[in-house]
Design a protein. Structure first.
Length: 401
């Protein structure tokens, strides 16, 4: 069977996910169309040869409804023969799109797929699509809790303190600030422009370089009242009786930022890419997706990474760089603790605490950051992994070529 290769990647800046954010005036279909057009133009991609456009998008309602992948491709001027499909695996959607594309290419069914994701959290509010994950009856029926409660439970089980998560958050801000100052995102970053070609946003705007431990120390935990007043903390004790009391330590400053953004990659066989004059950047070695306890839903990156590494015949020691989504600070901290990965290999250019987490696009954005980092540092192997609502995890192992 052929291998699946990653040839190029683009992403928009992350704009603050509120009405005052720079990308609020931009429809999500236009946000994604801009990324698709930039990917096509800089690779001179003949879009009639694109077998599919696969995009992750979590909140598929309102401006993001009606298969945004297909309509963004049309808005971008892709050939009418290029189909589109939009998928939702919650926070893992952007990486799932890449994995699905890689699977179809590796199967031999497709030769070239454009994959990525989009989320406009300023225009389409998280949870506005409704569904079982937001329904308290379902949460009680399946023993699920909101993600913030799960994050605090994960921290409590792993002995992670408020100082630990706040320190990690400050480091995320410092690393992201340094990455921006040293232009480490420039290879993938494409500006968002208006209809007249004027630049709306050309750099990530959620980063807070002035973040300090003292400032974070003054923030109130976001999920303590919810957990205790509504009985959610008590619900967790049925599964984890050893936890007498959840230590609520997460707040807005050590959790992922709400932002807007879009990303797109070219995934193809080596032969197809070379026929189009493209140079492969990395090969997809393996992927892994797992289900985990819905109460401890944020623990998925660990088993997902272990599964993907096992499929590749590798261990964590074989990996040069990890991109672990910073949904909450406890997630990468628990990842490093449980898998024995040093911090100098994880999120070296910051993460979602500083940069933001545009739900359906994040996985694809992390992959673009990983590819750029491996090339900048002349390294070979990397992993992208994310925790997922409902108790899941996803991971992808890549190797430079």
């Amino acid at each position: 069977m052929p291998n699946a290769y990653l040839f190029d990647a683009v992403r928009t800046p992350r704009g603050r996910g509120k009405s005052s954010g720079s990308l609020y005036p931009v429809r999500p279909v236009d946000l994604l169309a801009g990324a698709l057009a930039a990917l096509r133009d800089r690779n001179e991609l003949p879009t009639e040869q694109v077998d599919d456009v696969v995009m992750g998008c979590v909140t598929q309602t309102g401006d993001q409804g009606a298969c945004i992948a297909r309509f963004a491709a049309l808005e971008a001027g892709y050939h009418i023969d290029s189909p589109g499909v939009t998928l939702n695996r919650f926070c893992g959607s952007g990486l799932q799109a890449l994995n699905d594309a890689a699977a179809m290419v590796a199967s031999g069914f497709y030769d070239l797929v454009v994959a990525g994701g989009v989320e406009s959290m300023s225009r389409v509010k998280m949870g506005s699509d409704g569904g079982a994950i937001w329904d308290p009856r379902t949460q009680w029926n399946v023993d699920s809790v909101p993600q913030g409660i799960s994050a605090d439970l994960l921290a409590t089980l792993n002995g992670i303190s408020r100082t630990d998560v706040d320190t990690f958050a400050v480091q995320s801000q410092k690393r992201a600030t340094a990455a921006i100052e040293h232009h480490r995102f420039d290879r993938s970053l494409i500006p968002v422009r208006d209809e007249n070609g004027l630049t709306i946003l050309d750099r990530d705007e959620h980063v807070r370089p002035d973040t300090t431990l003292d400032k974070l120390g003054g923030l109130t935990p976001s999920f303590e009242a919810m957990g205790r007043q509504f009985g959610l903390d008590a619900l967790t004790r049925g599964r984890y009786p050893q936890v007498e009391r959840i230590d609520h330590i997460h707040h807005a400053g050590n959790s992922s930022g709400i932002v807007d953004g879009a990303a797109a990659h070219i995934v193809a066989t080596k032969e197809k890419g070379e026929a189009l004059g493209l140079k492969p950047r990395a090969r997809v070695r393996s992927v892994g997706v797992v289900g985990t306890d819905p109460i401890l839903m944020l623990a998925g990156p660990m088993p997902a990474t272990e599964r993907a590494l096992a499929k590749a015949g590798m261990t964590v020691d074989d990996i040069d760089r990890f991109e672990v989504n910073e949904a909450f600070a406890a997630v990468p901290l628990a990842f490093m603790q449980q898998l024995g990965v040093p911090h100098d290999k994880v999120n070296v250019n910051g993460g979602a605490i500083a940069l933001g987490h545009p739900l359906g696009a994040t996985g694809a954005m992390l992959m673009s950051t990983l590819l750029d980092t491996l090339e900048d540092e002349n390294l070979s192997t990397g992993v992208v992994t994310l925790c997922i609502g409902g108790g899941m995890g996803i991971a992808t192992v890549v190797e430079r070529v």
